[in-house]
Design a protein around this ligand. Structure first.
Ligand SMILES: *Cc1c(COP(=O)(O)O)cnc(C)c1O
Length: 483
């Protein structure tokens, strides 16, 4: 197995201050025809210490730095539980149309009819995709959507006369779930999953009481498994007056295929920056729309986008609303990308999920004879292995991840979910070709063979990368923030 990468032509790059020389310049202006005058120092101050650089020096500097990076545009990025997928470029183009990109957020409704209509139609599309009829586009992230959902839970129970204090959270839920619940004042009650990696309805029946507001379920869960008992779980929770929250960050596995309202879900958030064509990572802006049942619609945040007098308007007049969660219209460019993605895919959205699931199962089947597979059953969009088979060679998950860099692949998610010791979680997504998947599988198999034959190579990995293995403890304890 040879690497798809190369070690050649990766440049060292000094700081800009070490590059320039006095008098170099990136532009040429005509000679002045008036006498030069110094800027007024009292007004302008000393000015920043910018180096003098030529245009090619600047262009090469940033181009070289960009080549140290790895992204989905350079290769496979199999980050499970995060859907780092390829986002079609056409959706970027729509988001940068001047009418959207240049619109001022304080425009009156009458001058913002285009974006309001887009938001309204996006709400309807998300309602159709999820099966939950009422939607807010305000929340700025998945976790923000969860907080919105928890505030809605609280408002709902309060409207019934008694706000409750606890919430059930399975151990396969995403870490943001208990954090959001606790931010809202709920006490998280952990729910252990069964030997199949899913929720045990009997455990829910035991824990669900009249002081428990409901349950937060990630479905498919962070093991990449569909919560097949969800209906029974939802019935138990509802029968004791509770509500069911579904974390829909893993929607890439079930888009347009599962009607979550039929599963008994009352509130669900989506991550537009995972599933619906906004690149994410690096902490960039996101959008976490929340979809709810008709019964919970009155609690949605305001202002809401409504149809009015043959046009569209932002309306505040919802007395039971939990209030506003984001300034202006939310992160609008992300909404435009999602709208463009949904319309350009049409009925093929289902195909996205089918391919995502097929690709994950293909990798699972092709690797399970060499890597330990803790839950040997059909998976959804991601599959989880462990390093158990490598223990004999004193090689760990981290070494496998680092060695993948030498083969030209971004490492997958490791040591998550926490319920699996030494987890290696792989999410190939829908858009990788059979050749790329086979290349990744080949690299993973070659690494397993190296573990037995040349263990030191794995411990030293990455050996071909620009930066070698970093001391992660030192990086966390003594971060160097000054460059
Ligand atoms: C990413 C993710 C979240 C959190 O979403 P953010 O947009 O990062 O706040 C929640 N749940 C699951 C399952 C996720 O994968």
């Amino acid at each position: 197995m040879t690497s798809i990468g190369t070690t050649g032509l990766v440049f060292n790059e000094p700081l800009l201050w070490e590059l320039g020389a006095k008098g170099r310049c990136g532009f040429s202006l005509p000679r002045p025809d008036v006498p030069a005058a110094d800027a007024d120092k009292d007004l302008a101050g000393e000015g920043p210490d910018f180096p003098d650089l030529s245009e090619p020096e600047v262009v090469r500097h940033y181009t070289r730095l960009s080549q140290w990076n790895f992204g989905v545009d350079s290769g496979m990025y199999p980050l499970g539980s995060c859907t780092m997928k390829y986002n079609p470029k056409t959706n970027e183009r729509q988001a940068s149309l001047p009418g959207f990109a240049g619109a001022h957020p304080l425009l009156p409704d009458s001058m913002a009819q285009g974006i309001l209509r887009l938001m309204h139609e996006l709400q309807e599309a998300l309602a159709e995709i999820t099966g939950l009829p009422a939607v807010t586009l305000q929340p700025a992230a998945g976790a923000h959507g969860e907080l919105t959902g928890m505030l809605i839970f609280y408002a709902y129970h309060k409207s019934k006369g008694k706000p409750r204090s606890k919430i059930l959270i399975p151990d396969t839920a995403h870490g943001t779930n208990p954090a959001s619940a606790s931010l809202c004042g709920y006490k998280s009650i952990p729910l252990a999953s069964n030997e199949e990696g899913v929720i045990d309805p009997a455990a829910v029946a035991e824990l669900m009481d009249e002081d428990t507001a409901g349950i937060m379920v990630t479905n498919p869960n962070t093991l990449g498994l569909f919560e097949k008992n969800i209906r029974e779980v939802a019935e138990t929770v509802h029968s004791r007056g509770g509500l069911v929250y579904a974390d829909g960050a893993n929607m890439n596995a079930v888009m347009g295929i599962v009607d979550v309202s039929q599963l008994g879900v009352d509130v669900l958030h989506l991550n537009l920056h995972k599933t619906f064509s906004t690149p994410h990572g690096g902490g960039g802006p996101g959008a976490g729309p929340v979809c709810v049942t008709k019964e919970l619609e009155p609690f949605l945040p305001v202002p809401r986008v409504v149809q009015k007098d043959q046009g569209y308007a932002l309306a505040d007049d919802f007395p039971q609303s939990i209030g506003r969660l984001h300034a202006f219209h939310g992160n609008v460019a992300i909404l435009v990308r999602a709208y463009s993605y949904i319309l350009s895919m049409g009925p093929l959205l289902k195909q996205v999920s089918r391919y995502a699931v097929l690709n994950a199962n293909y990798i699972k089947e092709r690797l399970k004879d060499v890597y330990h597979l803790p839950y040997d059953q059909p998976c959804m969009h991601e599959c989880v292995f462990t390093d158990k088979n490598l223990h004999a060679h004193k090689v760990s998950t981290l070494d496998v991840a680092k060695r993948l860099i030498d083969y030209g692949f971004h490492p997958p998610t490791i040591y998550f979910p926490l319920v699996v010791s030494g987890a290696i979680m792989i999410e190939p997504t829908e858009s990788e070709t059979r050749q790329t998947l086979d290349g990744f599988i080949g690299a993973m198999r070659a690494i397993a063979a190296e573990a037995a034959e040349n263990r030191q190579l794995l411990l030293d990995a990455p050996v071909n990368a620009k930066v070698r293995r970093l001391d992660e403890t030192l990086a966390a304890r003594k971060p160097c923030l000054s460059g």
